[in-house]
Design a protein around this ligand. Structure first.
Ligand code: AMP
Length: 267
């Protein structure tokens, strides 16, 4: 597996493409089956699949888990190689943010509710890093997980806004055997917290089937052991307002771990 470690490697990679299409898979590392599923989608969607690993500081606020975010580069590379990845991009901080960054992006309306309320810096950081990654790597396709559903829609909006010639593909959420959405942050969970965590998907599912309303879902989450609920709510999947809801989205805390998940409302 070839490792692109600097901008001249990247240029060499681009010069070797000869018209072959590229699917970019943005990740922050600590790879799990969810990330690998995106890579597999990328392998089918384009001639060349290019995952990158870059722990992006601009999407973390002070006091969040940037410093403790799991970093498992060797294991990540082995996992990628095992599924047949030919090339991985490992951008350096200097390549991505040569001066800082000097220019940042501000995500607008659809970035304001839900995640935007809980983590006001987050989507600006995601848009800021992706603007650079898209310009540097010029992909034909970029693939993101539906697990981060609002993020996926913010990225679609950004690509539309700038008329970028990049097809955005959303890939389904990969889950463990108990339905817990895979996440790099799941390693923070104690055994007891894990038992609570696996209730999140079940409670979202109950709401998606209209068996319970938002208030009952909140009660159930607290009863299941969640310490704090940022939101569990039915929203429209394009506007993220409550009018014409078609998706349940949730974010809740177990100790210092914040879990998110979502699911389409069953019509
Ligand atoms: P991250 O490394 O957490 O920034 O995630 C990188 C990409 O993997 C994003 O597009 C995420 O939405 C996606 N992703 C993370 N977890 C999952 C999952 N369980 N299933 C599918 N995609 C995921």
């Amino acid at each position: 597996m070839k490792q692109i470690k600097n901008l001249s490697d990247l240029e060499e990679f681009q010069n070797s493409l000869n018209g072959r299409t590229v699917a970019l898979i943005p990740t922050m590392g600590a790879l799990h089956e969810g990330h690998l599923a995106l890579v597999k989608v990328g392998m089918k969607a384009a001639d060349v699949c290019l995952p990158y690993i870059f722990l992006n500081p601009t999407q973390f606020a002070a006091g969040e888990d940037l410093d403790s975010y799991p970093q498992t580069l060797q294991a990540d590379l082995e996992k990628l190689e095992k599924i047949g990845t030919q090339t991985v991009w490992l951008p350096s901080m200097d390549d991505v943010y040569p001066d800082g960054p000097q220019i940042t992006h501000k995500a607008s309306d659809i970035a304001k509710p839900l995640e935007g309320e809980s983590r006001p810096h987050f989507f600006d950081g995601v848009a800021t890093v992706l603007a650079r990654m898209f310009v540097l790597s010029k992909p034909d396709i970029a693939i993101f997980g539906e697990k981060d559903f609002q993020q996926l829609q913010v990225i679609r909006a950004m690509v539309r806004d700038y008329n970028l010639p990049i097809q955005i593909i959303g890939a389904p959420t990969a889950r463990d055997e108990n339905g817990l959405a895979l996440s790099s942050r799941n390693v923070y969970l104690s055994e007891g917290e894990y038992q609570s965590a696996i209730q999140l998907n079940k409670i979202i599912k109950d709401m998606a089937h209209r068996h319970i309303d938002e208030e009952a879902a909140r009660v159930k989450l607290l009863k299941a052991g969640f310490d704090k609920i940022d939101y569990i709510t039915a929203r429209n999947s394009k506007t993220f307002h409550s009018k014409n809801p078609d998706r349940i989205l949730a974010a809740a805390w177990l100790g210092k771990t914040r879990l998110i998940d979502n699911m389409a409302i069953i019509p």
